[in-house]
Write a protein that binds this ligand. Structure first.
Ligand code: ATP
Ligand code: MG
Length: 225
C-alpha cells in the first residue's frame, strides 16, 4: 500500500481570504476546512493546527492520521477524494471536489442515490463504514456522488465483519442514506429496504437507555438543549 505523503507546514499558506473558507471549526476538535493551493494545485485542507501545543494535539493528530489512512485505502475510487498528504501532522490535504453538497441540492435525481447506494455497498464490502452519512458529507460533482469526511469511519477486520456491531454500523449507514433519499427525492423507502434497516431490539434498548441518561445529565448540569 502507498505511504502517506508527509508535507511540511509551509506547504499551505495561512488562511488569507474568507472566500476560501468552507467551514470554520467552532466546536471542540472541529477543524477549519478551507481551500488552498498545494504544489500549485487546488486542494481542501482540514486544519487542526490551532491545537498545536495544547493537550488536545495528540487527539487531533490521531484524527488526521485516521482520516488520511482511510483516504489512502480508498485511493483511485471515484466516490472518495484523493489524499494529497498530511501537513505537519495536524492538517490533512485532499482533492477538492468541485460540486455541491447533497444537502444544498434543490433537486437530485434518483440516479445520484442509486450510485450512492452502490458506492456504500462497495465501501461496506471493504469492511469500512462511514458512520456519519448526512447531506453535508456527500458532494455531488457532475452527477457523481463523492463521500467526504471520513473522520468517524471505521474499518472492521475481515474476521469480525459479521459481528452484530459491524452489522449495525452498516445498517445505520444505509438508514441515513435512505433518509437523505426520501428528503431530497420525496420517494418513500420501499418496504423491503425499510425492513432491512429496521433496528434490532438490542439497539433500541441501548439507544433509549443512552438518551435517558443523557437527558438526566443535561438536566443535572444545566446543559442547554
Ligand atoms: N474534498 C472536498 N471538496 C470540496 N468540499 C469539501 C471537501 N471536503 C470538505 N468540503 C466542504 O467542507 C465542509 C466541511 O468538511 P467536513 O465535513 O470534512 O468537516 P467537518 O468539520 O467534519 O464537518 P461536520 O462536522 O459538519 O460533518 C463539507 O460539508 C463540504 O462543504
Ligand atoms: Mg462533515
Amino acid at each position: 500500500m502507498n505511504a502517506i505523503t508527509l508535507l511540511p507546514d509551509d506547504a499551505v499558506g495561512p488562511l488569507t481570504s474568507d472566500k476560501q473558507l468552507l467551514k470554520r471549526g467552532e466546536r471542540l476538535l472541529e477543524p477549519d476546512v478551507y481551500r488552498a493551493a498545494i504544489d500549485g494545485r487546488i486542494a481542501v485542507i482540514k486544519d487542526y493546527r490551532r491545537y498545536r501545543g495544547t493537550f488536545l494535539a495528540p487527539v487531533a493528530r490521531l484524527l488526521v492520521r485516521r482520516e488520511a489512512r482511510m483516504l489512502r485505502q480508498l485511493a483511485g475510487w471515484k466516490h472518495a477524494p484523493a489524499l494529497v498528504g498530511v501537513i505537519g501532522g495536524l492538517a490533512l490535504g485532499m482533492e477538492y471536489i468541485n460540486g455541491q453538497t447533497l444537502s444544498s441540492l434543490q433537486v437530485a435525481d434518483g440516479r445520484v442515490f442509486d450510485q450512492l447506494h452502490r458506492a456504500l455497498e462497495r465501501l461496506h464490502e471493504q469492511g469500512i463504514t462511514h458512520n456519519d452519512l448526512h447531506g453535508t458529507n456527500v458532494m455531488v460533482a457532475a452527477g457523481v456522488p463523492v463521500l467526504i469526511d471520513f473522520t468517524s469511519a471505521w474499518r472492521t477486520p475481515r474476521w469480525r465483519r459479521n459481528n452484530p456491531i459491524a452489522r449495525q454500523l452498516r445498517r445505520s449507514d444505509l438508514k441515513n442514506l435512505l433518509k437523505m433519499r426520501k428528503r431530497v427525492t420525496g420517494v418513500e423507502v420501499p418496504p423491503e429496504l425499510a425492513a432491512k434497516v429496521a433496528e434490532p431490539h438490542w439497539v433500541s434498548v441501548i439507544r433509549s437507555g443512552w438518551k435517558r441518561n443523557y437527558q438526566r445529565f443535561k438536566a443535572r448540569h444545566n446543559v442547554p438543549a
